[in-house]
Ligand binder design. Structure first.
Ligand SMILES: Nc1ncnc2c1ncn2[C@@H]1O[C@H](COP(=O)(O)OP(=O)(O)O)[C@@H](O)[C@H]1O
Ligand SMILES: [Mg+2]
Length: 231
């Protein structure tokens, strides 16, 4: 099965005064449709750096990246936006919902940004996938943390991404709410053939992924689990 995102020899070095911080130091990785991939590793091991590179949000110091079959090295920001559009959806630890907008309005934001009209049927469908069909008129402040994160996931799904990128999606949640978010991500991967890349400090959650990549000092220390194209 073809990879949707493929990175080869990815490095990201930062200059800090006279020293060089090797946030990422030579990582090969491929993400395929429908697989849930977790990135584990201690704080500072390069997890966020890696997923920012894979998402095209940051450029590698060295190495190559393809997103949806297109080599993104040297692309302009406009070209990158075009490549990411419809391929990548994002979920963040802090949910990043707009507090004055209802659940429905938050979920429709990506359409607004793309200059598209609202699609009420699609919004209802996506909210039902995340189990919040009955909360559409609520404000974020009327929701629990777990519900807020599920709204954020619904928002990411509005543009029908093929890859959902989630940096510590359960980091601000208690274990029960975190569990519900993890189960949702697993179900979306399987039922919608959505690739999900998540970083987490929760090793138990991480080990429920199809593939588990553990980073240490910007390198892959180990890779476990099955590749979906190998039966
Ligand atoms: N913008 C930056 N400038 C300098 N160093 C950075 C920057 N971003 C990250 N780093 C460093 O890169 C390393 C990896 O960071 P990060 O990818 O955020 O790790 P993680 O997400 O695993 O906690 C850390 O040592 C961090 O301090
Ligand atoms: Mg991080």
């Amino acid at each position: 099965m073809n990879a949707i995102i493929e990175g080869r020899g990815l490095k990201r070095h930062y200059r800090r005064g006279a020293e060089t911080v090797k946030a990422l130091d030579g990582v090969d990785i491929a993400i395929r449709p429908g697989e849930l991939v977790s990135i584990l590793g201690p704080s500072g091991s390069g997890k966020t750096t890696l997923i920012n590179l894979l998402s095209g949000l940051d450029a590698p110091t060295e190495g190559s990246l393809t997103i949806n079959g297109r080599a993104v090295g040297g692309m302009s920001e406009d070209e990158l936006v075009e490549v990411r559009r419809g391929v990548l959806g994002f979920v963040f630890q802090q949910f990043l919902l707009l507090p004055t907008l209802t659940v429905t309005e938050n979920v429709e934001l990506p359409l607004t940004f793309l200059g598209r009209r609202s699609e009420p049927a699609r919004t209802r469908e996506v909210l039902s996938w995340v189990g919040l069909g009955d909360r559409s008129g609520h404000l974020p402040s009327e929701l629990s943390g777990g519900q807020m994160q599920r709204v954020a996931i619904a928002r990411a799904l509005m543009v029908e991404p093929r890859v959902l990128v989630a940096d510590e999606p359960t980091g601000n949640l208690d274990s029960k709410a975190g569990r519900a978010v993890l189960e949702l991500l697993k179900r979306l991967a399987k039922e919608k053939n959505l690739a999900v890349i998540l970083t987490t400090h929760n090793t138990a959650f991480g080990y429920e992924a199809d593939r588990i990549i553990t980073l240490e000092d910007g390198r892959v220390r180990k890779e476990e689990g099955r590749r979906p194209d190998v039966v």
